[in-house]
Design a binder for this molecule. Structure first.
Ligand SMILES: [Zn+2]
Ligand SMILES: [Zn+2]
Length: 352
């Protein structure tokens, strides 16, 4: 049986639409979503920001002067980073407990206890990571979580001490129309920058020197979501975070779209077959195929950019680590007909 056939069979698995299937899927999604709220640390920034405004409203005199005894503490306070160690400690602690917690739960539930029926839940049931690649994902992913959680500890602390930030807390501050329009605008912005930046990292020079690190895993696990070259990782972080100091955005909108991205980022790297509740969100096979076929499927939360640019994976096309450009090559001269894969089947569930 060819790998293409295995893939197609996976796409055609029928859901029974039973109540328990839907309930377990819903509980699973909500549970992981709640845990993922703390996966990296930005949540802290938004939660504290909203909290700051709230506290300011109800307790106008809450800005009590605390005597700081240590010299370092006084210096931090003068520099606008009062209580910095507390912010950093909380973001690091929460980030790691959730990142490792979700990763280990998936590992236990699927990869260890259900390995014998991998055909039912795994995107690539015939491919498993070697120990060294698994450790590579875990250690590099954890290193990047450390970088970003420490960075967001600094940023949260800076903002809480009165630093510049354009997030706002009152929903009507810029009008309801602005608030509602900002949701699709931010979603499309995030998707666009990730598509184009990711595609840029798939050009030969950047791929070989940076992005290849992320593609060491042809069948990723959840830890792989952050397993990128640290410089590439920081680049994406800046692209996603910079609006909070330039564009007025409601903190809830920013947080929701951020968490949406984290949730599907984790699921897309989990190696587990899942579809999504939303029609614009492709199944996890979309990004799993990116790891399997390399230079195609560069988007994350919609296939639209790939469809528009013709970089969505197509039938009768050959892909591989050395086939750059995003469109593959014709499989044979006799058969040049090819179609795009859809990745929105509404019937893939790992819960059987
Ligand atoms: Zn890639
Ligand atoms: Zn990936």
């Amino acid at each position: 049986m060819t790998t293409t056939n295995v893939h197609k069979q996976g796409m055609e698995l029928k859901s029974s639409w039973d109540v328990w299937g839907l309930v377990s899927k819903g509980v699973f999604m909500v549970g992981v979503f709640v845990l993922a709220t703390a996966a990296r640390g930005e949540w802290f920034l938004v939660a504290k920001y909203l909290g700051k405004d709230f506290l300011r409203d109800v307790m106008p005199t809450s800005d009590v002067k605390v005597n700081t005894t240590s010299q370092l503490g006084r210096q931090l306070q003068v520099a606008g980073f009062k209580d910095l160690p507390i912010y950093v400690a909380v973001t690091v602690l929460v980030s790691f407990s959730t990142f490792w917690g979700i990763g280990m739960s998936f590992d236990y539930y699927f990869y260890r206890n259900r390995k014998y029926k991998a055909e039912e839940w795994k995107c690539q049931p015939d491919r498993w990571l070697s120990n060294s690649t698994e450790w590579h994902e875990f250690l590099l992913g954890s290193f990047n979580v450390l970088i970003s959680s420490v960075a967001y500890g600094f940023i949260s602390c800076y903002i809480m001490n009165g630093g510049k930030c354009t997030l706002y807390a009152r929903p009507d501050e810029y009008g309801l129309a602005y608030l509602l329009l900002s949701v699709p605008a931010l979603f499309i912005y995030n998707e666009a920058i990730i598509y184009y930046a990711h595609r840029m990292f798939h050009t030969p020079f950047l791929y070989r020197h940076f992005h290849k690190v992320h593609h060491r895993n042809k069948s990723p696990t959840l830890y792989g979501v952050f397993a990128t070259h640290p410089l590439e990782f920081i680049f994406y972080q800046i692209l996603v975070a910079w609006p909070v100091i330039v564009v007025p955005l409601h903190a809830g909108v920013f947080l929701t779209i951020l968490l949406y991205g984290y949730y599907y980022g984790m699921m897309d790297h989990s190696g587990i077959k899942m579809d999504a509740l939303w029609p614009w969100q492709p199944s996890t096979m979309f990004h799993d195929d990116h790891h399997r076929h390399f230079h195609c499927n560069f988007g994350t939360n919609t296939i639209l950019f790939d469809r528009f640019h013709g970089t969505l994976r197509r039938t009768n096309r050959k892909y591989g680590e050395k086939v750059f450009g995003g469109k593959g090559t014709a499989e044979s001269s006799e058969n040049n007909q090819s179609e795009f894969y859809t990745y929105s089947t509404w019937n893939i569930s790992p819960f059987k």
